[in-house]
Design a protein around this ligand. Structure first.
Ligand code: ZN
Length: 236
């Protein structure tokens, strides 16, 4: 009976949220959000061939999540200017080596969870740059981090079939999937509420949630490498 009850109570969603103290599984912690619920994205640092693909990537998020808006902006790579700049480089913003990651989003936030900057770097030696559809998918994944999502498989779920899975596997995805959209809509439930307030109501995301305890001043923090998409399959 206990097993049946656990099965029935298992969460319908796998999505996980970026949180103030870096641990997506600490569901009592505040999650990260933009307020107002929008961020400008700069493709200025990118070669022309990639600019339109990033715009397509944010457009499908905009179509999927009415409460949040990516807008076109301008700005250089890796600058803490509140603009999400996308670039290609040998090293990620503030973080150095990529390890086995294909791309890394570096976010900066306040102790309230309010995001103040996020920048995306694709590594310059990845096969992703040679395939437009794969590049667009990875851009969509990184923009999911920009808006506040962590990896769907960060806390035990498989994340299979979701955009926010930490591992890039076939088939290619052309849009955020239902679970990804649920996560984003949890952070930004509507276009009129001004975004999340950093707290999670009881019962959401499978756990009873309360306000964080003992959280004092927390400095603006650089996020550690978020994306460890390993190259399981190489494109032709
Ligand atoms: Zn990632």
């Amino acid at each position: 009976m206990a097993a049946l009850w656990l099965a029935a109570a298992s969460p319908a969603s796998a999505y996980e949220l970026l949180r103030v103290h870096h641990d997506p599984c600490a569901r009592q912690d505040r999650h990260l959000f933009w307020s107002p619920p929008t961020v400008a994205v700069s493709v200025d640092p990118l070669p022309d061939a990639f600019k339109g693909l990033v715009a397509e990537a944010w457009d499908v998020w905009n179509q999927s999540v009415p409460g949040f808006r990516f807008n076109a902006g301008n700005g250089p790579a890796c600058t803490r200017d509140g603009v999400a700049a996308v670039s290609i480089a040998a090293q990620a913003c503030d973080l150095g080596a990529f390890g086995d990651a294909l791309a890394i989003t570096r976010s900066v936030w306040k102790d309230s969870g309010q995001l103040v900057d996020a920048d995306v770097t694709f590594r310059s030696d990845t096969f992703v740059l040679g395939d437009a559809d794969t590049f667009r998918q990875v851009a969509m994944h990184e923009l999911g981090h920009v808006l506040g999502l962590d990896h769907s498989d960060a806390c035990g779920a498989s994340g299979a079939g979701t955009l926010m899975r930490s591992v890039l596997t076939p088939p290619l995805l052309v849009a955020p999937q239902a679970d990804d959209v649920s996560g984003a809509q949890f952070i930004y439930p509507s276009a009129s509420n001004g975004g999340g307030d950093g707290t999670v109501p009881p019962g959401a995301n499978s756990c009873a949630i309360g306000p964080p305890s003992g959280v004092g001043l927390w400095p603006l923090a650089a996020i550690p490498p978020l994306l460890f998409w390993r190259r399981l399959r190489r494109g032709n």
